[in-house]
Design a protein around this ligand. Sequence first.
Ligand SMILES: [Zn+2]
Length: 66
Amino acid sequence: MNKIGYMCKKSFEQELGQPSEVGRVYSNPKALQAACQCVAQCGIVEVRVELVEVVQETYDDEEEIK
Ligand SMILES: [Zn+2]
């Protein structure tokens, strides 16, 4: 399952792969521009979010995360 989204270019370059939280991904560039004024300076990248594996369906499951 792949999803296309849009995020701040600077956040993508600086935060992806880092332990800090990755910048939010928006469904379209206009929503990103409205929410993040920084993109005027940072730029915008189109990203593909790929679901690799469902590790836990919900946190209500009785099984604990191993
Ligand atoms: Zn930014």
